[in-house]
Design a protein around this ligand. Structure first.
Ligand code: HEM
Length: 402
């Protein structure tokens, strides 16, 4: 535990570091990857290019530092990051590398303002924060290893079946190559896929939500092909999965992780998704359908019918289970969609329409999708008077704020 003086130093320097946050973390990554290029096999290069990871890591270190005298207060956040780290295969020996490079970057950017006293306090604080992460992640590795059908690190899976779900989304049905048991999971959890792509210097690791209920003899992921646009090039991994990976190929998977899961309750559930954000939502829906208790409203927003994945599966569940209802919102329906009466709302989700299709005030709301979509859903639910405790959401990629 840090002494009172060092706690004060940390708390008083957090705002200074925040001002220089991006410069420090940028320098930190440059240093770290020069000295430890092997870490480029673990980090997501696309997130690096967009600066999203820099912001997430910087924010997490400073948030932890503010609570340095009571880290228990931010335990849920530490656990959420721990899930991600465990799923990526981050180990205790990685922490000193991050610590050393972060300290050196702080020193470089702050110059003379970074006195030995300040740097000493930060070195100690980083040690305390790292120990908290290492401890939680050790428990998570242990749980994954001990669970029936579970494993630590990566395990080879065969692509048993590949199914095109829409113009842009394809499902992969994955079974363990060793033919042994398959760990169960909580609907809403994700796995990491580690890929060696021909022509790429480093391995790539990506997280995908499991898109079917637990208890099946396979894991299913449903992947959107990320096409190039004005802001970013085409997704290397999603393109390779769609075009390069065939039935019978082998993928390396880490065990299910993540804390975006259904809470224990009897309250009605409203599942709201945008685009490929429907994957964890469908897993939750399929699992709730098997329990046949809680009323469920499934709301999905897509551009149009051609981009709408898993529609038939959701409709079948809704037909077979009277407690489930499903609604579609298309932002740009095609003529064909109009003729077929294929959607319930045109345009974007808003508070008024949500009130119509999901009027229950006591429901639990789960949502997932692109960041602007999630902001719109959160705003609409807040306008309807839904409290923050009833809203649960997860970001694809590094966490952001809504
Ligand atoms: C992801 C914080 C140590 C590797 C993250 C995220 C945060 C974070 C906030 C984003 C989580 C999300 O996706 O929502 C921290 C903190 C650390 C720490 C506070 C130290 C106390 C490490 C270490 C490594 C590491 C030692 C390995 C060298 C990663 C990787 C990701 C990640 C590879 C995924 C990023 C990506 O998608 O590229 N970490 N981390 N972290 N962390 Fe850490």
């Amino acid at each position: 535990m840090l002494n009172e003086k060092n706690i004060q130093i940390i708390k008083s320097t957090v705002p200074v570091l925040e001002v220089h946050g991006t410069a420090i973390t940028k320098r930190f990554y440059e240093r770290m990857f020069t000295q430890h290029p092997e870490l480029l096999h673990i980090f997501n290069h696309a997130n690096q290019k967009q600066g999203r990871q820099q912001t997430a890591l910087a924010n997490a270190v400073y948030a932890a530092a503010v609570h340095i005298d009571n880290l228990a207060e931010i335990l849920p956040v530490v656990k959420q990051i721990g899930h991600k780290h465990r799923s990526l295969g981050i180990k205790p020996e990685h922490y000193p590398i991050v610590g050393e490079n972060l300290l050196a970057a702080i020193k470089e950017v702050l110059g003379d303002a970074a006195t030995d006293e300040i740097l000493g306090a930060w070195a100690e604080a980083y040690g305390v924060i790292a120990d908290a992460f290492i401890g939680i992640e050790a428990e998570m590795y242990e749980q994954s290893r001990e669970q029936v059908g579970g494993w630590a690190d990566f395990r080879p899976f065969i692509v048993e079946k590949k199914v095109q779900e829409s113009d842009v989304i394809t499902s992969f049905y994955l079974v363990p190559q060793d033919g042994q048991a398959l760990a169960t999971f909580e609907p809403g959890q994700y796995i990491s896929v580690k890929l060696e792509i021909p022509g790429e210097r480093y391995t790539h690791i990506r997280q995908y939500s499991l898109s079917d209920a637990p208890g099946r003899p396979y894991y299913r992921i449903s992947v959107k092909r990320e096409e190039a646009n004005a802001e970013k090039p085409a997704g290397i991994v999603s393109t390779y999965l769609h075009e390069g990976i065939r039935e019978g190929d082998v993928l390396q998977l880490s065990a299910p992780a993540g804390d975006f899961t259904l809470e224990q309750s009897e309250a009605p559930v409203v599942l709201i998704s945008g685009g490929v954000g429907l994957t964890p939502m469908f897993s939750m829906l399929a699992s709730l359908a098997e329990k046949q208790q809680r009323p469920v409203t499934f709301i999905h927003a897509a551009q149009n019918g051609q981009k709408h994945a898993l529609r038939a599966e959701v409709e079948r569940l809704a037909k077979d289970n009277p407690q489930i209802s499903a609604y579609w919102c298309y932002s740009e329906p095609t003529e064909q969609d109009r003729e077929a009466g294929a959607f319930h709302k045109e345009g974007y989700l808003d508070a008024e329409w949500l009130e119509q299709v999901a009027p229950e005030k006591n429901a639990s709301y789960y949502f997932c999708g692109p960041v602007p979509f999630m902001s719109a859903v959160k705003k609409a639910l807040t306008e309807r008077g839904i409290s923050a405790e009833r809203m649960h959401y997860e970001f694809f990629g590094p966490a952001a704020s809504l």
